[in-house]
Design a protein around this ligand. Structure first.
Ligand code: GAR
Length: 193
C-alpha cells in the first residue's frame, strides 16, 4: 500500500478520481493527505466527503514559500508519503519541497507538453486552433511544466465548443492519472530513476 499526497488549488476532480480509485481498490494506495493552498476551494469539500484529511493553508500567512513548504514537507514526512501528485496545484513548487521530495512529485497538465505550458493550457490550445488536444503526466523539476514526461494521452477534437473539449480533456485526465499512478506503484518506481 503506497501513501500518496494530492495537492490541489481548485475544484479537485482529479483528486477525487485518485481518492475514489484508492477507495475501490483500483489503486493499491491511500491518500493520506490532501494539501490545499486555497481554503474553501472545491477540493476541500470533496476531501471531507471522501474522508481524506486536509491540510489547508494560506500562503500569505507565512513569511515566504520556504516557510510554508517546510510546514507541508514536515507533514508529508509525518504521514510517510511516498509519492506526491499535483492535481491542479496552481503554484510553482520551490526548493524546499523539491529538495525533500524531488523525483517523487508528479504533475498533471492539460496539454501535450512541451506545447501550451502555463495556467491556461486548454484555452491557449483552443485559441491556437489545434485539432489534437491532450494530457501530460510528468515528474516536476524547477522549471514551469518541465521535467521528465511519464505518460501522455491525445484527445482529438475538431469542434468549436471549448466547454465540450474541456470536459473531454478532464475525462482523459482522470483515466490517465489513475493508470499512471498504478503503473508507478506496481513497478515500484515511485522514485524517479
Ligand atoms: C486540471 O485540468 C489540471 O490539468 C490543471 O488544472 C486542472 C485542475 O482540475 N493543471 C494545470 O493547468 C497545471 N499547469 P481539477 O481541480 O478539477 O482536478
Amino acid at each position: 500500500m503506497t501513501n500518496l499526497a494530492v495537492f490541489a488549488s481548485g475544484s479537485g476532480s482529479n483528486f477525487e478520481a485518485i481518492a475514489r480509485s484508492c477507495a475501490d481498490g483500483r489503486l493499491d494506495a491511500r491518500v493520506v493527505v490532501c494539501v490545499c493552498d486555497r481554503p474553501g476551494a472545491g477540493v476541500v469539500e470533496r476531501a471531507r466527503r471522501l474522508g481524506v484529511p486536509v491540510l489547508e493553508f494560506r500562503p500569505r500567512d507565512y513569511a515566504g514559500k520556504r516557510d510554508f513548504e517546510r510546514m507541508i514537507a514536515d507533514r508529508l514526512d509525518e504521514e510517510g508519503v511516498e509519492l506526491v501528485c499535483l492535481a491542479g496545484y496552481m503554484r510553482i513548487v520551490g526548493e524546499e519541497l523539491l529538495g525533500r521530495y524531488g523525483g517523487r512529485i508528479l504533475n498533471i497538465h492539460p496539454a501535450l507538453l512541451p506545447a501550451f505550458p502555463g495556467a491556461h493550457a486548454i484555452r491557449d490550445a483552443f485559441e491556437y486552433g489545434v485539432k489534437v488536444y491532450g494530457v501530460t503526466i510528468h515528474y516536476i523539476d524547477e522549471t514551469i511544466d518541465g521535467g521528465t514526461i511519464v505518460s501522455q494521452a491525445a484527445v482529438p477534437y475538431d469542434g468549436d465548443d471549448i466547454d465540450e473539449v474541456e470536459a473531454m480533456i478532464h475525462q482523459a485526465e482522470h483515466r490517465l492519472y489513475v493508470d499512471t499512478i498504478s503503473r508507478i506503484i506496481n513497478s515500484k518506481e515511485g522514485k524517479q530513476e
